[in-house]
Design a binder for this molecule. Structure first.
Ligand code: P6P
Length: 339
């Protein structure tokens, strides 16, 4: 009834992060300050995405990004917003963005001890048709307190302190893990605050959904082809899985996290390392999946064990419900043994 509409124990993301911080008495609040700047960036992009259709922000900016893709205006805007917010936080020293070919070394006067890797607006090919898109980010601590080096952002994903994404869809949802579970927050535009709406998210141990671009089927390797075949024609009497594929990683992963199932972007003959980027797509989503009780596999190893050599490196990825990923791991292991 009406009283519920005005709950008074509002847990905002700011309060939540400060509560987390109080568990680390040694921390001086730097992490909370960094996160508050990431949250600010998400609020701005949410507002810009919602106005995009009206403000004619849609359409090509005419430039192309390092991926050779047409940069849409929202891409450029989102990237600038996050870079400025992160630099002005005074808590970062290296930034890696999907939109910038080189890593950004923050000027010494504004340097802090964190490195942030991010895709400011992933799924941007979906902007014009209103499909959910999102920001994905991961946070490392610099390895040697004094000198910021490129090696600080070429650490395995298991060294991340935090990871998250913000999905700009029917509502603006920020999902975050700082290493002790996963929590989801929904933006209340009337307050301008992210409110805790999905406390302690746990992914179902097994799901009924598989999520892959079936259009690439002719290029798949054996284990992936066998796994998808089993999803469609189960041999153990179980019912076939449903296929759900949005083509926007944040939306496909968010559904997988909440409903269970498996998301796959395999390697194939066309792209032998798959399509998704290690630092700011594979690692953050793998971090969240493990924190929520799921797992994430590259076809060869645990995704978070990967050690990237280049900042825009790609990797195949199979992530989601623990039991579903176990199945595809077994198929790759069987192929390994047969070879
Ligand atoms: P495909 C969007 O461009 C993206 O980077 C991810 O968000 C998404 O999961 C993937 O590419 C979709 O790729 O080849 O299926 O269109």
């Amino acid at each position: 009834h009406a009283a519920d509409a005005f709950r008074t124990d509002l847990m905002t993301i700011t309060r939540f992060v400060l509560n987390e911080q109080s568990k680390h008495p040694e921390s001086r609040g730097d992490f909370s300050i960094l996160l508050s700047h990431i949250v600010l960036g998400c609020k701005f992009v949410c507002s810009a995405v919602n106005k995009a259709g009206l403000a004619k922000l849609i359409g090509l900016a005419g430039e192309t990004n390092v991926q050779g893709e047409e940069q849409k205006k929202l891409d450029v805007l989102s990237n600038e917003v996050f870079v400025k917010a992160l630099v002005s936080s005074g808590r970062t020293c290296i930034l890696v963005s999907e939109e910038d070919e080189e890593a950004i070394m923050v000027e010494p006067s504004k340097r802090g001890k964190y490195c942030v890797v991010f895709d400011p607006l992933d799924g941007s090919s979906n902007i014009d048709c209103g499909v959910s898109i999102g920001t994905i980010f991961g946070i490392y601590m610099i390895k040697d307190g004094d000198e910021a080096r490129l090696e600080d952002v070429l650490q395995p994903g298991k060294n991340m302190l935090a990871a998250g994404y913000c999905m700009y869809g029917s509502s603006c949802t920020l999902v975050l893990s700082t290493g002790s579970g996963v929590n989801g927050f929904t933006l209340d535009p009337s307050l301008g605050e992210f409110i805790l709406t999905h406390p302690d998210i746990k992914i179902p141990k097994k799901g009924k959904i598989y999520s892959v671009n079936e259009g690439n089927a002719k290029n798949w390797d054996g284990p992936t082809a066998k796994f998808v075949e089993k999803c469609k024609f189960p041999t153990d009497g179980s019912s076939a899985k449903s296929l759900r594929y949005i083509g926007s990683m944040v939306a496909d992963v968010h559904r997988t996290l909440l409903y269970g199932g498996i998301f796959l972007y395999p390697a194939d003959k066309k792209s032998p390392s798959g399509k998704l980027r290690v630092l700011y797509e594979v690692f953050p989503m793998s971090f969240l999946m493990e924190q929520a009780g799921g797992q994430s596999f590259t076809g060869k190893e645990r995704a978070l064990d990967l050690v990237p050599k280049k900042i825009h490196e790609r990797s195949p990825i199979f992530l989601g419900s623990y039991d579903d990923v176990e199945e595809i791991k077994a198929l790759y292991a069987a192929e390994e043994k047969a070879n």
